[in-house]
Design a protein around this ligand. Sequence first.
Ligand SMILES: Nc1ncnc2c1ncn2[C@@H]1O[C@H](COP(=O)(O)OP(=O)(O)OP(=O)(O)O)[C@@H](O)[C@H]1O
Ligand SMILES: Nc1ncnc2c1ncn2[C@@H]1O[C@H](COP(=O)(O)OP(=O)(O)OP(=O)(O)O)[C@@H](O)[C@H]1O
Ligand SMILES: [Mg+2]
Ligand SMILES: [Mg+2]
Lengths: 225, 225
Amino acid sequence: MIKLQNISKNYRMGEVEICALCGVDLDVASGDLIAIMGPSGSGKSTLMNVLGCLDRPTSGRYLFEDREISAMSDDELAHVRNAKIGFVFQSFNLLPRFTALKNVEMPLVYSGVSSQARTERAVPVMEKVGLGDRMYHKPTELSGGQQQRVAIARALVNNPPLLLADEPTGNLDSRSGAEILNILVNLHQQGVTIIIVTHDPNIAARCKRIITLKDGGIISNETVP
Amino acid sequence: MIKLQNISKNYRMGEVEICALCGVDLDVASGDLIAIMGPSGSGKSTLMNVLGCLDRPTSGRYLFEDREISAMSDDELAHVRNAKIGFVFQSFNLLPRFTALKNVEMPLVYSGVSSQARTERAVPVMEKVGLGDRMYHKPTELSGGQQQRVAIARALVNNPPLLLADEPTGNLDSRSGAEILNILVNLHQQGVTIIIVTHDPNIAARCKRIITLKDGGIISNETVP
Ligand SMILES: Nc1ncnc2c1ncn2[C@@H]1O[C@H](COP(=O)(O)OP(=O)(O)OP(=O)(O)O)[C@@H](O)[C@H]1O
Ligand SMILES: Nc1ncnc2c1ncn2[C@@H]1O[C@H](COP(=O)(O)OP(=O)(O)OP(=O)(O)O)[C@@H](O)[C@H]1O
Ligand SMILES: [Mg+2]
Ligand SMILES: [Mg+2]
């Protein structure tokens, strides 16, 4: 599904160059369930933003379903993101002026689903993440963990074949976190390819593979026994 | 130091009233080290915002060092916050247009410290949280866990007698999280009163008392053996 070859992402800050990703090679097969771990600042979110086609690498090749993303226009990338990829952001990235339900409907707006059909599809996903009684709250009227679950619901609503979740349980208590993990594991059993950034070893232990980053590079890539 | 008596915080959403805190009683002694736990949406951040004088309760009495905060003006409250309370927000609340260092200096701007003295005090605190090489980055040029550590440094810089930290390690790997916890435990040993909202049982185990919330109320308040 995905091939990364010698991918780098650099930021220039004045005279200093920061190498957020330094020459990363990674293959992701369809149906994988991967955990990405590593210290704060090691490049996990940067890697997820490249994988999610949200950020172009500084150099290197990225093949998504055998298509080279550097050859795609911004519009083509946006189309791939909307049709193929669900993304849960570490900072949620909810739209503050819209209700939780409208935020979950956003991917369906982009793909041209009618208003009534959008609501019919978004309501069950809100209930699935335990927020059936918070649908008309705006993000500022929700707790941190509730916002996180809205962001998860939004990533799921379009049934994407690839789901990228950047620390989806950081703001959740163990029970809510376990419920989210069960949702992800079930989706994986239905054939969804899932990549989760996590600091939680309990979540990593339920994945098939664990990739560990340090200082912008992959230092281990192991199958979970 | 703090007495909460029958504190409630309600939000009206159309015809529905949401009771984020429902009749909470809580005493905090000077020098306490308290963990606040509970499910997502149970009222932890709402309680912390009341304790931190950031949000006025809907009803009930709040005595801070024997002064009734409902009798204080907004200016007086702001003065209490700046002089007495360090607050680490669950969503960091950094100012996006300022560098990390300038964000850490903010409490000192409010208390009238000169520009050179501010920098002299803020730099060591940035190094203490492991971000000596990220001082001139803006928040958007930092990872999630790095932003969280800037928010922690900002709460510490004015040496407040009371430190409130709302999920200070949610975005940190176990090693960075342990470093932050050590900073907090050391401050406690120097006499700082500390209240930490956490979902991490390892952090709760290092506190002296654990308070558990559910649906806006305190369901247990126990000393850690
Ligand atoms: N401005 C608001 N308007 C309406 N409801 C609100 C508002 N702010 C918070 N709430 C509700 O109050 C309840 C408590 O919120 P709070 O942020 O205190 O929870 P929390 O325990 O910190 O949760 P988390 O662990 O997810 O951060 C939640 O159910 C939330 O939906
Ligand atoms: N826009 C930017 N400009 C400069 N440096 C950046 C920028 N974005 C990220 N960085 C740096 O790149 C490195 C990797 O950041 P990244 O967000 O990928 O880390 P992370 O592994 O997700 O960390 P965390 O676990 O704290 O979220 C960090 O050291 C960060 O300071
Ligand atoms: Mg990150
Ligand atoms: Mg909270």
